[in-house]
Design a protein around this ligand. Sequence first.
Ligand SMILES: NC(=O)c1ccc[n+]([C@@H]2O[C@H](COP(=O)([O-])OP(=O)(O)OC[C@H]3O[C@@H](n4cnc5c(N)ncnc54)[C@H](OP(=O)(O)O)[C@@H]3O)[C@@H](O)[C@H]2O)c1
Length: 199
Amino acid sequence: MKLLVVGANGTLGTAVVHEMKDTAEIIQASRKNSPIKVDITSTDSIRSMFEEVGKIDALVCTAGAAHFGAIEELTPELNSIAVNSKLLGQVHLVLLGLPYILDKGSITLTTGILMDDPILKGTSSSMANGGVRAFVKSAAIEFPRGIRINSVSPNMLEESKEKYGSSFEGYEPVPAKRAALAFRKSILGAQTGQSYTVY
Ligand SMILES: NC(=O)c1ccc[n+]([C@@H]2O[C@H](COP(=O)([O-])OP(=O)(O)OC[C@H]3O[C@@H](n4cnc5c(N)ncnc54)[C@H](OP(=O)(O)O)[C@@H]3O)[C@@H](O)[C@H]2O)c1
């Protein structure tokens, strides 16, 4: 099985690569520190990546940025970071990547707990998460050739506690390894249109 992981060198992506490395031939992609270079905010870059990589069985995206800031300071420009990266970046990966996914293949995107359990300053990220979840649910019912699509919504990861912990008081962090299992379920299972919560 050929698995393309976009965002492969990040905290979550590294765990997905580790979880899948004995099952799949993994192609790792991101902007800087991966063998295959892609910027998901650029449709040209996404097109070039798929031309370079060719046909794959599974696509995972664990990349996607968002601005964290108070709603009164959230300008359209700052909000567009999440729109262009976490939301449209992932949506464009699907739209441009679909022809490259082999029959009965799968796509798995990343959302996050904030869309259901919000924190202060997290509105832009929550917006992108909800958009991705809705896109996945809807796209699943008309995907061709037995191709499936799901998203994974992790709680704050244990590995990210130092970075984000002060914004997530009272949240119980989950190990990235546990979040990676939800990606495994999506890639190797039979379900489609699902949002797997890892809380
Ligand atoms: N960490 C958490 O606690 C947590 C919890 C819930 C949800 N999430 C979600 O999970 C996703 C990953 O989080 P993370 O903590 O693993 O982030 P991270 O450690 O910062 O990793 C992000 C990864 O994405 C790549 N990337 C970033 N922007 C990109 C772009 N425009 N095009 C292509 N690749 C890009 C980065 O590599 P390059 O710099 O080389 O591009 C890196 O591989 C995010 O959507 C985040 O919201 C995270």
